[in-house]
Write a protein that binds this ligand. Structure first.
Ligand code: ZN
Length: 80
């Protein structure tokens, strides 16, 4: 994936198709829930529940109640 990205047109209902290659790489399947973030000048999209709610990291994730928290943040919380 280069800096150019893939160009897609938004349809009349505001939808775009996420390229199949991207979906395969990120293991995004039909009916998965995605989160869309409004950044300062762009949007970012990621699969729900795979990232630490505190730091945004994606490794050593544990489910805590309805959130996902990484091991590093759990250690930091325990120190509080
Ligand atoms: Zn974390």
């Amino acid at each position: 994936m280069g800096n150019q990205g893939v160009k897609k047109k938004i349809d009349n209902l505001g939808r775009i198709v996420i390229p199949k290659e991207y979906r395969n790489n990120l293991k995004i399947n039909k009916y998965d829930e995605l989160e869309i973030f409004l950044e300062s000048d762009h949007l970012s999209i990621r699969k729900t529940g795979q990232y630490c709610r505190i730091c945004g990291g994606g490794t050593s994730i544990h489910k805590v109640e309805d959130s996902y928290i990484c091991s590093n943040c759990i250690i930091k919380i325990k120190k509080c």
